[in-house]
Design a protein around this ligand. Structure first.
Ligand code: SIN
Ligand code: FE
Length: 291
């Protein structure tokens, strides 16, 4: 089962020893969550005013694109908007520094994706089953194909009242894949071109993305699997930070409020052991190339 591996890091910009870097890389590639209990993301003066679910309005997350500087998913107006952007941009920079210091093997190839601020309580939120992240799943997003690239995410719990963020972690990717993937129908010929032309996907949905999306949906749709799959609960306390390959680790977020998150993408071949990637596991299982 996926587990939590604890690492003692005190600063976002702290260079780590080679031994620690190796340990961190191995733990992540093996499908564990790397938890840094003492690494907190400090809010600056005045940012406490953003500790309210209203900051995200109807969408559950505020989203930031570190490349263009665009902030979305918030009803907050100027000049507060600029301050909110500053807070999320600071998390983008801090988490970028953290992964470069901790995972130098990946550093030159990491692509920084969206940053999110998640001020809504997870427990009791009403959504469709497909968007319900309280169900065990691996990450795969209908409009954002990765073409096999890894999804690496950094989370920080910034809840001012000390509420933990509670997750469940499930069985190893290979076990989930063996259970479900062999029965999935393959992608329709020409389907990925059509989805892209119609604007459903931002780029071509590869066969890999097709199977990952199916897997995400299949896991969430199966209530028997949700309760019977091997799993454990973990509490991530306020002031802690954790890193995880969410395309590989079966996870569910059960409760908690006020977190920041940064997504990175990583080409599979940069991994120390690419054979552990979902792409290579699915290719072995289906006995064909998927990108
Ligand atoms: C998820 O990726 O399923 C949600 C994680 C979280 O917001 O804690
Ligand atoms: Fe997820």
């Amino acid at each position: 089962m996926s587990d939590v591996v604890i690492l003692r890091v005190v600063g976002w910009d702290q260079r780590r020893s080679t031994a620690e870097q190796e340990r961190a890389t191995l733990a992540l590639e093996a499908g564990n969550v790397l938890l840094i209990p003492d690494l907190h993301f400090p809010l600056q003066d005045g940012e406490n005013r953003f500790l309210s679910p209203e900051v995200a309005g109807k969408t559950k997350n505020v989203s930031f694109d570190p490349v263009s500087g665009t902030l979305g998913g918030t009803g907050v107006d100027e000049p507060d908007r600029e301050a909110l952007r500053g807070m999320v941009a600071r998390f983008a920079a801090s988490s970028g520094a953290l992964v470069r210091n901790l995972l130098p093997r990946y550093a030159a190839h990491l692509q920084q994706g969206r940053t999110s601020y998640r001020p809504a309580e997870i427990a009791g939120r009403r959504t469709s089953w497909r968007k319900d992240d309280t169900r065990l799943h691996v990450d795969s997003f209908p409009s954002s194909p990765t073409q096999g690239r890894r999804i690496l995410r950094v989370f920080s719990n910034v809840d001012p009242q000390g509420h933990t963020r509670t997750w469940r972690l499930g069985e190893p990717f290979e076990d989930v894949a063996r259970r479900f993937v062999p029965s999935f129908p393959g992608p329709l010929p020409g389907g990925s071109v059509a989805l892209h032309l119609l604007g459903v996907t931002k780029s071509r949905r590869s066969a890999y993305d097709h199977y990952m999306l199916r897997l995400h949906d299949r896991m969430k749709a199966d209530l028997g699997y949700q309760s019977e799959a091997p799993q454990r609960r973990y509490e991530f306390s306020t002031g802690s930070t954790w890193i995880v390959f969410t395309d590989q680790v079966s996870h569910a977020a059960m409760s908690g409020q006020y977190a920041l998150e940064q997504t990175f993408h990583l080409p599979v071949d940069v991994m120390q052991d690419p054979s552990r990637s979902p792409l290579r596991i699915l290719e072995r299982l289906l006995d064909r190339p998927l990108v």
